[in-house]
Design a protein around this ligand. Structure first.
Ligand code: AGP
Length: 609
């Protein structure tokens, strides 16, 4: 997720673009740039790192004159944060500039075609391929060239395009990524969201998927993908900046919970090509996969909880001994690691000190290291032998949700690919689980549509002083995450237990009205967890059960409340069962009046030991 902005009018564009980028920096902050037209030429200024570097480079825009320009603040997906990879990108002739928010999924194919046509590339990005494709089609009409190019592009995008041949127009195109046009007094704007323009105007129009807008200083025209002119209604915005950044959601955490379908889709489709899982750009080559004798999955907090899911899945589907280890423990336990050990380190931020140190420890012991990371170019991504990026975009809320779900998706991809390489699942099973994996984003939508039920359940239990989570196998791994989410944002004491462990001590804590959340999505162990439910019901606990649709009746018979998730493949239940636990924690914290996005005593990235 990046931020784009554009302006065409009677004022100097650069300061306006920099103001807009400052407002959009929460969308991505690893590099930024602007391109402004002046006296027949496009002038580009780009800087790696926070926006302030670009402000210093351009003396807050004073060094870049001209009244039409585009700007970008980047969240790297393709190519490390660098000046070459930062936007805007220029076409080979330098006459067309582009900024982009989204992912061009078929960029490699287009790139090969353009290379064969003599085009060259300065960056590793998918976006530069798009501007070169526009140049490929350009025959004097910028709108036509842009339209022909986007016709060939697969993926999600919001593009802002300017050209030195057409200094009186700014072209904007949208498909899946948010994009608005805004009407100002001295000129008009495009932007990823309203925050970038609120200082200048509250009159906007929303582009819809497939729309192309030609923005001029005195007016805006909209076209559909057939270049037929269409109308887009104006809207008046009365939000403040903070609201706008949350796109109307009350908290970033809720916004990020609702971004999960898109995030899981993007993360899966980035590693699935032509109906096959493609991890060929990682160390998981068939030859290496056959050498692996042990797997250690390392992380902290929620990242560790994804590791616990990974342990269950990898052992079941690859029969390779796998452990999930807390990074802060791994680094001081003299671990049994050698060059037949694959060490998978998981981290949203890629900067967590304990995980980074554990990575170094593992490397020093000869292990091959694979990182699952969300922040491109982060330390862990750079130091690991290989990295698989989650495409969750910047995660603002301290309590992780969308990055966690993207990490689960990567764990499914690794498990299925490794199991298939080792010949442990049939082609039919492979196709079945892959098809179901691609249905997960839609099923998460279904779960999200039942949020009111969780809001109601939260209103019943938000005053509880302690809440227990129980589950078996994958459901135990999910219970760990559900309990952590609740603890970190609502400050309610909570524990997660393997269902069979209760009677070995903890059940002494169960008293009348204690809430026990029973995660019972694992079909093979359903009866087992229900017998644990009966144990706590016998002590008059309240039980909220999370289960698949097909087990609704059986669960309702013995529990107080049942929340169902759509039926799915046994490998994939964590992705659906996590959602109601995130929402339950969110609404409990909301009812308790907690600072949900910035919980006390916590930091988004723990860079100290
Ligand atoms: C989770 O909601 C917390 N923010 C925390 O437990 C987090 O998962 C942990 O600090 C690891 O962070 P990382 O994924 O950035 O390494």
């Amino acid at each position: 997720m990046c931020g784009i902005v554009g302006y065409i009018g009677r004022e100097e564009a650069a300061p306006i673009l920099l103001y807009g980028l400052e407002r959009l920096e929460y969308r991505g902050y690893d590099s930024a740039g602007i391109a402004v037209y002046d006296k027949g030429k496009l002038n580009v200024a780009k800087a790696v790192g926070k926006l302030k570097n670009l402000c210093e480079l351009t003396d807050n825009g004073a060094k870049v004159s001209g009244c039409i320009g585009i700007g970008h603040t980047r969240w790297a997906t393709h190519g490390q944060p660098s000046t070459d990879n930062s936007h805007p990108h220029l076409s080979g002739s330098g006459k067309i500039a582009i900024v982009h928010n989204g992912i061009v999924e078929n960029y490699m194919k287009i790139r090969e075609m353009l290379l064969s046509e003599g085009f060259t590339f300065k960056s590793e990005t998918d976006t530069e391929v798009a501007v070169q494709l526009i140049e490929y089609y350009y025959k004097g009409n910028l709108l036509e060239a842009v339209s022909k190019a986007v016709d060939k592009i697969e993926g999600s995008y919001a593009f802002g395009v300017i050209s030195s041949d057409h200094p009186d127009e700014l072209i904007a195109v949208r498909k899946e990524s948010p994009l608005i046009v805004a009407y100002g007094e001295t000129g008009n704007f495009i932007a990823s969201d309203i925050t970038a323009v609120l200082k200048y105007t509250r009159n906007v129009a929303y582009l819809e998927d497939g729309d192309i807008a030609v923005v001029k200083k005195d007016g805006v025209k909209f076209y559909n993908s057939y270049l037929k002119e269409i109308q887009r209604e104006k809207a008046y915005i009365d939000w403040d900046v903070e609201d706008a950044q949350r796109e109307g959601y009350q908290h970033f955490m809720l916004k990020e919970i609702y971004e999960q379908p898109k995030v899981v889709k993007n993360t899966l489709s980035a590693h699935i090509k032509d109906g096959r899982i493609d991890l060929s750009d990682t160390l998981l080559t068939p030859e290496y996969c056959r050498e692996i004798k042990r797997i250690s999955i390392i992380g902290c907090g929620s990242a560790y909880h994804v590791g616990v899911v990974g342990k269950y899945l990898l052992e079941k589907y690859t029969r390779i001994p796998t452990e999930a280890v807390l990074a802060s423990e791994f680094r001081y336990t003299d671990p049994i690691i050698d060059n037949h050990t694959l060490v998978i380190v998981i981290s949203q931020s890629g900067e967590t000190a304990d995980t980074r140190a554990a990575l170094r420890e593992a490397k020093s012991l000869g292990a091959r290291t694979l990182a699952i990371v969300n922040v491109v170019g982060s330390s862990i991504a750079k130091e690991a032998d290989s990295v698989i990026y989650t495409l969750a975009g910047p995660e603002i809320a301290v309590a992780t949700t969308k990055a966690y779900s993207a990490q689960l998706a990567v764990m499914y991809l690794i498990t299925t690919a490794l199991s298939s390489t080792l010949g442990l699942i049939s082609a039919a099973e492979y196709d079945e689980v892959l098809a179901e994996m691609l249905r997960i984003p839609g099923k998460i939508e279904t779960v999200l549509s039942d949020r009111e039920q969780l809001q109601h359940l939260a209103s019943m239990y938000f005053n509880n002083s302690s809440i227990f989570f129980i589950g078996r196998n994958l459901d135990y791994a999910i219970s760990l995450e559900g309990s952590l989410k609740l603890k970190e944002i609502s400050y309610i004491h909570s524990e997660a237990y393997a269902g069979g462990e209760l009677k070995h001590g903890t059940i002494s804590l169960i008293e009348p009205e204690t809430l026990v959340v029973a995660v019972a999505t694992c079909e093979k162990l359903f009866d087992k967890i229900i017998s644990n439910v009966k144990e706590v019901k016998a002590r008059e606990a309240n039980v909220l059960c999370i289960t698949q649709n097909k087990s609704f009746n059986a669960a309702s018979a013995v529990t107080d409340n049942v929340f169902t998730i759509p039926n799915t493949h046994e490998m994939l239940t964590p992705s659906l069962a996590a959602i109601p636990l995130q929402l339950f924690a969110y609404y409990v914290a909301l009812d308790r009046g907690c600072d949900i996005d910035k919980p006390r005593n916590l930091a988004k990235s723990v860079t100290v030991e």
